[in-house]
Design a binder for this molecule. Structure first.
Ligand code: CDP
Ligand code: MG
Length: 164
């Protein structure tokens, strides 16, 4: 069994649009457990540790710069979710990166619609509401970057008897 923890960020657009409850509900209702949660304003140093040079390698310098400005422009909600195969389950609920291509029913598909080409033309990032760790390595690094051990709570959900 792969019991995993993964990092989710509700990005500044999601917080500013008042989507925190709507988004969090979608994870809770499938049984994923919130083990850490906070509202934070991100400084540039922290942002660069989150969106590393890996973004430049995959998408180019301009996308990373836009993304760093975006993630520091307003508060974000950070949370760690725990559950069986939590990383893949969260990514499934989040949907594809490009909002235009994200399926209805996913968070990105239901709450955003912009295409890469529109974002590039306007020189803005794709404001796709939410971030989720991509794989086990990212989940390990990102949960440690955003939360200290004493901010993570160990408790039982009453519905865990249906999982374990
Ligand atoms: O967030 P996700 O893991 O799905 O995608 P990513 O490839 O790790 O990219 C990180 C973020 O960069 C995306 O969520 C978008 O907000 C942004 N991005 C963008 O603005 N323009 C692109 N061409 C690609 C990504
Ligand atoms: Mg990513």
């Amino acid at each position: 069994m792969a019991l995993q923890q993964t990092l989710v960020l509700i990005k500044p657009d999601g917080v500013a649009r008042g989507l925190t409850g709507e988004i969090t509900k979608r994870f809770e209702r499938i049984g994923l457990k919130i083990v850490a949660l906070k509202l934070v304003r991100v400084n540039m140093d922290h942002a660069k540790q989150h969106y590393t040079e890996d973004i430049t390698e995959r998408h180019g310098e301009k996308v990373r710069d836009n993304l760093l400005n975006f993630i520091t422009e307003g508060p974000v909600v950070a949370m760690i979710l725990e559950g069986v195969d939590a990383i893949a389950n969260v990514r499934k609920i989040v949907g594809s990166t490009e909002s235009k291509s994200a399926s209805p029913g996913t968070i990105r598909g239901d709450f955003s619609h912009v295409s890469y080409s529109h974002a590039d033309e306007k020189e803005i990032p794709v404001k796709n509401v939410i971030h989720a760790s991509a794989d086990e390595t990212d989940a390990k690094n990102e949960t440690a970057l955003w939360f200290s051990i004493d901010e993570i709570c160990d408790y039982k959900r009453t519905d865990e008897c249906h999982v374990f």
